[in-house]
Design a binder for this molecule. Sequence first.
Ligand code: G3P
Ligand code: CA
Length: 272
Amino acid sequence: MGRVPQPTPDVVAHRGASAHRAEHTRAAYELALEQGADALECDIRVSRDGHLVCVHDRRIDRTSSGRGVVSELTVAAMSALDFGGWHREFPESADDLLRPPPDNSEHGVLTLDELLGLVRDTARDVRLFIETKHPVRYGGLVEHKLVALLARHGLAAPVDREKSQVLMMSFSQSAVRRFRKAAPRIPTVLLFDRFRSGWRSGELPPWADLAGPDIRLLRRDPDFVARAAASGRDTYCWTVDDPADVALCHRAGVRFVATNSPAATRVHLAES
Ligand code: G3P
Ligand code: CA
């Protein structure tokens, strides 16, 4: 007997439409919205002067024209840098090869405050999945600042948790636990790339609302999604670009797929 057809997962733009624009830039998020993403994903860190900025790595070397550790740089210093010029878009057609390369330069680091503004100003409902980085070293500073910023945007206490516009994620159990305590109404996603004790059965700690497995775990064990659902957890899976992975997530009943290429993933979902 065939499986019951599953609802189509929501498409989450991982670091924006990061296959086509430099990750974590306004241009990457604007393109993701144009491509019809249901939600956006970002990583956040704290700058030297205490602002939350959207940067994945500990250092800015890979994704900007500058060098240094995020926590040792002010927002003003990072605003003077180019966070887009390093990115080379893959040519999509033979014509693209004949055109001069586009100017992708983008000045300044994107702050979480600005990204929340972009989400707020979007005409349709868009969710934001916010992943806190370096939570151990800073002992809760990132989560504390995140709750304060969300409160300023009126997002810290949604009436209906299911409809919350923002979700918090981390690989760190202590970070998710801390955040849950500080903002109990915001849904949390526990990210993981291997199963820890008991998780394989779908049972996650009570402070984790969604399961956030690496796609590599689902390739080996797609039934995890059903086990998580049986224990009341939806699944957010990352990073899902390959058409076969998109189809696997759809079949398995994943609720959210994080992808670097929202438009292509939409097409693959329609075909799967
Ligand atoms: O969406 C979760 C995923 O982003 C986790 O991995 O390294 O891309 O932050 P990373
Ligand atoms: Ca991330």
